[in-house]
Write a protein that binds this ligand. Structure first.
Ligand SMILES: Cc1cc2nc3c(=O)[nH]c(=O)nc-3n(C[C@H](O)[C@H](O)[C@H](O)COP(=O)(O)O)c2cc1C
Length: 161
């Protein structure tokens, strides 16, 4: 299986830094990397998975039906709604919305790293047996990251969360 997703910590794709809008003819506007998957499809026989931008049951269904890929990957939605896959498999959309994480501090927002830090903090809550807090502000998460890791949070190549 080949998964197409990502970006890097320096330019996370989900912050919009390295992605371009999908062509209008794409089966869905949800997927960030669908055009890559369509290209790869013709080159390999391995099952293909795309992670990036999928939000609705209808959008995921449309892409799977198009045959462009075999497996849907979810990242941020799972961090705020771990039950989302069960609902999606029933054809229902998650009640939670993946939203851009902005602190209002231009320098930090341009780096795109609050996105990772905010969602990583949610994952940490789940890992510790708690529940995510989907409505928590990016500024609050920034302060928490600074208190726990200091400015080093924003200097390391891999973020500490
Ligand atoms: C907390 C967090 C950590 C991530 N770590 C990686 C990573 O190590 N490597 C990678 O290629 N993508 C990483 N991503 C990007 C995701 O794999 C995915 O491409 C991106 O979030 C878009 O998918 P989504 O729209 O379902 O969130 C990470 C995303 C989040 C939120």
């Amino acid at each position: 299986m080949i998964e197409i997703s990502g970006g890097t910590y320096e330019a996370p794709a989900m912050s919009g830094v390295v992605t371009k809008p999908q062509k209008a003819s794409s089966a869905t506007h949800e997927a960030y990397f669908l055009e890559f998957a369509e290209m790869v499809r013709g080159l390999v026989t391995a099952p293909l998975m795309v992670t990036g931008g999928f939000r609705t049951a209808a959008g995921m269904d449309a892409v799977l039906r198009s045959g462009a890929l075999d497996i849907i990957g979810l990242a941020r939605l799972l961090a705020i709604d771990p039950e989302a896959p069960a609902a999606l498999l029933r054809g229902q959309d998650s009640q939670q919305r993946v939203r851009p994480m902005k602190t209002g501090i231009t320098k930090i927002d341009r780096m795109g790293i609050m996105e990772i830090s905010w969602y990583a903090q949610q994952l940490k809550r789940i890992a510790n047996g708690g529940n995510p807090r989907p409505h928590e502000s990016a500024s609050f998460a920034l302060v928490r990251a600074l208190v726990s890791s200091g400015w080093g949070t924003f200097r390391t190549r891999r973020l500490r969360s």
